[in-house]
Design a protein around this ligand. Structure first.
Ligand SMILES: Nc1ncnc2c1ncn2[C@@H]1O[C@H](COP(=O)(O)OP(=O)(O)O)[C@@H](O)[C@H]1O
Ligand SMILES: [Mg+2]
Length: 238
């Protein structure tokens, strides 16, 4: 197993409060790791560390064997993409939203290429000139995934992207992400849904209060002797 991203003794202190405590672990390349744990455990903070939105106070994060700090921040964002809960959109059309990441890089996006991306995520080509704000929650989430397809990255960070969706949209999005994994993308996926974590994850990280309490193959959730993992599985970890 090759690591895409490795954490070595990572600590984060913000304004005198330590929010990440000595985290060491890895995210395997080309696999889906589900990142789980109670609210406030530090999951979103871990994602922000992975794409350089936040820096470790101490310890090291390695990406493809090189310290994250040795990468140019803009180059890093091109390799490590992120999709957020609620799929924030800019005012304007679906097309405007798809064009945005290209425009930020000084590039253009042909309408034909935008339509290819829409079709890949199961959205109708006719939607391209609709206002993004008129889309349903599921359609917006698909649009935000279409945006990541247009600027393909090696690592994709997902923060609770399906929490507001109906079960049908959830399974469509899970399939899209599995397709991306099958094309070699490394996925780190925060979910508060345990069934989803077990369904889609190859590997898992379980966090509580800024600590990594267990990580490894997804089966560990069922087999670990760690007391806190067992509490989590019983819905008793807070
Ligand atoms: N910028 C920040 N300043 C101060 N505290 C923060 C900041 N970001 C996160 N925290 C705190 O760190 C902890 C972990 O937050 P977060 O990573 O968002 O948890 P999760 O995503 O698991 O719910 C929380 O207690 C939160 O209040
Ligand atoms: Mg969070």
């Amino acid at each position: 197993m090759t690591a895409a991203i490795t954490f070595n003794d990572v600590c984060v202190t913000i304004q005198g409060t330590q929010i990440i405590h000595d985290v060491s672990g890895l995210f395997p390349k080309g696999k889906i790791t589900t990142l789980i744990g109670p609210s406030g455990a530090g999951k979103t903070t871990i994602l922000k560390l992975c794409n350089g939105l936040l820096s470790a106070t101490s310890g090291a994060i390695m990406y493809n064997g090189q310290p994250l700090t040795s990468y140019d921040p803009i180059a890093l964002r091109r390799c490590v993409g992120m999709a957020l809960q609620g799929a924030p959109m800019i005012k304007g059309s679906v097309y405007d939203n798809l064009k945005l990441p290209k425009q930020l890089q000084g590039d253009k996006l042909l309408e034909a290429d935008a339509i290819v991306a829409l079709t890949q995520v199961g959205l109708d080509a006719k939607m391209i000139h609709k206002k993004a704000h008129d889309l349903s929650g599921g359609q917006r989430q698909k649009l935000s995934i279409a945006r990541t397809l247009i600027n393909p990255t090696d690592v994709l960070l997902l923060d609770e992207i399906t929490s507001a969706l109906d079960p049908y949209a959830v399974s469509e999005i899970e399939q899209l992400i599995i397709d991306m994994k099958n094309r070699g993308v490394t996925i780190i996926w925060i979910t508060h849904n345990l069934a989803q974590a077990q369904r889609i994850g190859d590997y898992m990280w379980l966090m509580q209060r800024g600590e990594l309490i267990e990580s490894g193959p997804i089966e560990l959730l069922e087999t670990s002797n760690n007391e806190r993992v067992q509490q989590f599985m019983r819905g008793e970890l807070v």
